[in-house]
Write a protein that binds this ligand. Structure first.
Ligand SMILES: [Zn+2]
Length: 265
């Protein structure tokens, strides 16, 4: 049992609303008014630090910046989406832990499918979602597009109750990527990793995408979980203000864990 997980399970979401909890990195829990809980890139362990930091030659710092909010075995999830197979998105300790209790449906590109099989996840609960695929799972429509990071890394648009959320945790910028994202219009919420680490989208490039896509609210992700990939999210917020100017697009820095962000259409 875990207090935070209980709070998510007990949260009542009204019709035409959708709730988001943010746990640092690109770990997000999403709940709709039917009560279906979907996790994105859940990282509830210290795997990156334990596995990557001891490798001398990498010389990186994968210490967690926030404590583990829920142990994987205590997570209640109906669906889990992994965007790609890097440890800070597909957490090899968290996935089997969540699987043990919740038995959710796991969704992700072929590289994640491979890992899920390796970890002996029941094939019947795996949905392969490669760039260009669109699936409806437990009422959520999930449309994946190429995120140009690993060979099959995805971003996706999650649609429920007419609310469209575009979630792109990690990608390498190009004008083609920008056009691809802008073609997803209209979008209510954009969750974007723009932390410039490991060749990812920079805050300025992210701001350019925001100006073109014109979401109702732009929300930075992919910070605050590991020292190695952290960048102050205010940098992105400032860049949006500066780049989009008179378009006056709203931005929001999410609180960690306890307080859900509830979006109303
Ligand atoms: Zn990655």
């Amino acid at each position: 049992m875990n207090k935070l997980n209980d709070a998510i399970v007990n949260l009542k979401v009204e019709k035409n609303q959708i709730a988001f909890y943010f746990f640092g990195g690109s770990t997000i829990a999403i709940k709709n008014h039917e009560g279906t809980i979907l996790y994105v890139d859940p990282c509830f362990s210290n795997s990156a630090n334990e596995i990557l930091s001891p490798l001398d030659y990498i010389k990186t710092d994968w210490k967690r910046l926030i404590e583990i909010p829920i142990e994987p075995e205590d997570v209640t999830a109906d669906l889990v989406v992994c965007t790609h197979d890097h440890l800070d998105h597909y957490d090899v300790y968290t996935i089997p832990g969540i699987d043990k209790q919740s038995k959710p449906i796991f969704i992700g590109p072929s590289s994640c499918h491979y890992k899920l099989r390796e970890q002996k996840i029941d094939e019947k609960r795996i949905v392969v979602l490669n760039p260009g695929n669109k699936k409806v799972v437990k009422g959520y429509e999930i449309e994946a597009f190429a995120a140009d990071h690993t060979p099959d890394c995805i971003g996706f648009v999650l649609t429920y109750d007419g609310i469209r959320s575009c979630i792109i945790p990690e990608a390498k910028y190009s004008d083609t990527l920008k056009d691809r994202i802008i073609s997803l219009k209209p979008v209510d919420l954009l969750f974007i990793g723009a932390n410039e680490k490991y060749g990812a989208i920079t805050p300025e490039e992210g701001a350019g995408i925001v100006c073109g896509l014109e979401p109702n609210i732009a929300i930075p992700v992919h910070y605050g979980l590991y020292a190695e990939t952290h960048l102050d999210p205010q940098t992105f917020v400032d860049a949006v203000k500066e780049t989009c100017g008179e378009k006056n697009i709203k931005t929001k820095i999410l609180n960690f864990k306890e307080t859900p962000f509830i979006y109303k259409k």
